[in-house]
Design a protein around this ligand. Structure first.
Ligand SMILES: *Cc1c(COP(=O)(O)O)cnc(C)c1O
Length: 403
């Protein structure tokens, strides 16, 4: 993951196809989420999956600078990337890790989620084998209805007691995760919320002190389920993407990513010509087309073939034929002619409102915004922009000569 500082003001001169990451929008979104939390609340910025495709290291730093107190990821490898970059904030692994990874987690000072005796045993062993004085910080995950990675309430209580009673371990928190916080009907969220509160009550009855408890993801936070003193675990909203059509973002939050490219070739099509593999598009009248060097291997969903569009020359350029691995062809919008090198907004943030949003692309591709953002490929450089200028670049292929 080669990240290099760039002198402010320099325009991007690498691969035409890149993902621009608007750090001003990111900071604004973090501040907006922070402001909807109750007074005792705090924000955990979820930066798993390379910050949902936005670039974990730069996003983590920006989120912390904008008021997030903690970070969360899904794997030890993701946490290691952040620690290697010198990020010292608390980092929680949200799900299961392999017990064999426990020693690595301790070395990296990563907080772990515990929902099984097996993992707790491994963490215990690792803690006893490592230097005293820095007990691993653990969060117990309570099952309240998602049925993914959580301990049923009785087991969760036993795990919490075991951690609290063991001087080699630290009970740092407990949490649960909502199944339907992004749906209009909040009946099940209410049930899960009540079940978690009841479990916290049992913990209190046993005088087990727990400094942090957390339940809400982005949709839950926006919906007001973060809890009195809870931590909000927010991912998707930080990136300015709505969790679902039923859970829109509050006004003022803005999309952070735009995938952009430049026209590689402009050419004429005659009636009867076909475009692309399988010849799924056949011209009926003479038209002008542009080749755009973005394809499904960049994470541009192939499902958009023949139906999607991108922003070109102020208009909608419709996709013609199938999206290939590395390139695709669009029709120049009516009344628009451009030369090679012309800027294209493929998807995401577009001040002109012509390019499809990540949510719109997701809808067309039959999936969710999370899936679209997180699949933008490593070979697409991330160009970080502040006040309209490129300030850093990250090339996931790690080749320092690319730029
Ligand atoms: C990914 C994840 C989140 C963040 O969810 P968003 O909907 O992106 O805010 C929160 N909690 C857990 C346990 C997760 O796995």
């Amino acid at each position: 993951m080669g990240e290099r500082a760039r002198p402010p003001g320099r325009a991007w001169s690498g691969r035409a196809t890149r993902a621009e990451i608007d750090l001003d929008a990111l900071g604004g979104n973090v501040r907006a989420l922070r402001s909807v939390l109750p007074p005792g609340g705090s924000l955990m910025a979820v930066v798993k999956a390379n910050a949902y495709g936005h670039g974990a290291t730069v996003v983590a730093r920006e989120a912390l600078a904008a008021g997030a107190e903690r970070l969360a990821v899904a794997t030890i490898g993701e946490a290691a990337v952040l620690r290697r970059a010198g990020i010292d904030a608390p980092i929680l692994i949200l799900g299961a890790i392999d017990p064999a990874e426990a020693p690595a987690a301790l070395r990296l000072r990563i907080e772990l989620t515990i929902a099984t005796e097996t993992l707790l045993d491994a963490v215990c062993d690792a803690a006893r084998a490592s230097a005293p004085g820095r007990p691993p910080r653990l969060h117990v995950k309570v099952e309240t209805g998602l049925h993914r990675y959580g301990a049923e309430p009785d087991l969760a209580l036993a795990l919490a007691r075991r951690i609290a009673d063991d001087p080699c371990l630290e009970l740092a928190g407990a949490f649960t995760h909502f199944a339907c916080a992004d749906e209009a009907d909040d009946a099940f969220t209410r049930e899960q919320d009540a079940a978690f509160s009841a479990w916290l009550g049992r913990l209190g009855d046993e005088s087990i002190a727990i400094p942090n408890h957390h339940r809400a993801n982005s949709a839950g936070t926006i919906g007001g389920w973060a809890g009195e003193t809870g931590i909000a675990r927010c991912g998707i909203a930080i990136y300015g993407i709505a969790p679902s059509p039923d859970a829109p973002l509050p006004p003022g939050m803005r999309p952070v990513m735009s995938v952009r490219s430049r026209v590689a070739r402009v050419f004429d099509l005659r009636p009867g010509d076909t475009v692309g593999y399988g010849r799924t598009y056949r011209c009926e009248r003479a038209e002008r087309a542009a080749l755009v060097p973005v394809g499904y291997a960049d994470g541009y969903p192939r499902a958009l073939s023949g139906t999607g569009h991108m922003a070109l020359g102020g208009g909608r350029a419709r996709l013609l034929g199938r999206i290939s691995m590395d390139q695709c062809v669009v029709r120049l919008p009516d009344g628009v002619d451009v030369a090679p090198g012309h800027e294209v907004v493929v998807l995401g943030a577009d001040p002109a409102g012509v390019a499809p949003s990540i949510e719109a692309v997701a809808e067309m591709a039959g999936t969710i915004g999370y899936d679209i953002a997180s699949r933008i490929a490593a070979r697409v450089p991330r160009v970080y922009v502040r006040s309209g200028e490129a300030v850093a670049v990250e090339d996931g292929l790690g080749d320092p000569d690319v730029v």
